[in-house]
Design a protein around this ligand. Sequence first.
Ligand code: NQM
Length: 366
Amino acid sequence: MARFDDGVRCMLMRGGTSKGAYFLADDLPADLEERDDLLLRIMGSPDPRQIDGIGGAHLLTSKVAVVSASAGRPAATDLDYLFLQVDVDGATVSTRQNCGNLLAGVGPFGVERGLVRPADGHTDVRIRLVNTGGVATARFGTPGGRVEYAGGTAISGVPGTAAAVVLGFEDTAGSSTGRLLPTGHEVDVIDGIRVTCVDNGMPVVVAAAEDLGITGYESYEALAADAGLLRRVQSLRMQAGKLMGLGDVAAESVPKTTLVAPPREGGVLCTRTFIPVRPHTAIGVLGAVSVVTAALLENGVARRYAHLPRTGSRMAVEHPTGLLEVEVELDLSTSPPTAVRAANVRTARKLFDGMVFPRPRADGGW
Ligand code: NQM
């Protein structure tokens, strides 16, 4: 077993509204069990406070990006990005989902580590989403060949402004389940509640907030304190997971659940999202793409609450800390509908670069 008493090279970055540890694949053990054990010890899991690691005691700040140069010459993509969700309370590391937020830092990290040659002005990086097989393009400023982090773009949930990272997505449909409508229906009924199960980059169970006895405008804190609601969300997603072909999802990070209500701030929908049971302070990027997709389905649960734009594909999703704007294009003339494209603007920032020292293993080794 490899020793890590001299530390592991790591860059901490904020990607969108999440925060994570970015590694070159070559800096981590090739053996997956050894890699996951190391990452748990680096993040400080399992422990609700992650006090002995660099995790931030929430799933949104206990994330890892593993990046390498894409294989093949010329390769269809520049970088491979594997997203790992490191649990906080449990000792699991999951590869089952994408993260569109951490994705925002992948292109800049690739330039910082010399995997991508930056242009003078801006750089386009094509990134393979290893978890699900999709492709994303990231465009960000690189004046003079250096990544630009400062800028004038604000995103809800992050104080101040930073440089924009423009993300475009291809092949998002059926990311984890193989199908845009994983159950084959626009509506299913679970526990007597009508739900729309959709997977356009992220598997999500969409239900009306009022059907679960809430308004859909509650604060993060109020949702987190509502044990009865969280139990019902877990029951919904457990059964939906089976219908979506994901099997037993009790210990999995997907599917997410999003409860929707009519918008109040000019968006298409108001949302409260659970990842998978803990409330989200905002909403994930691909989560939002999937929820907007659900809203576009004529017979889906979200449609009657949605205020869709008359023209164009830009739509803002309301969430507990503001709005997240996505572009989603579907071809509704096919049956089932086909995902055409999706896009989003994020920001990212390098926080520190150096060596991280894992908690020693229980047997005293590193
Ligand atoms: O949906 C949280 C986040 C995410 C994932 C989650 C994400 C996405 O807010 O693309 O970004 O759903 O676990 O970072």
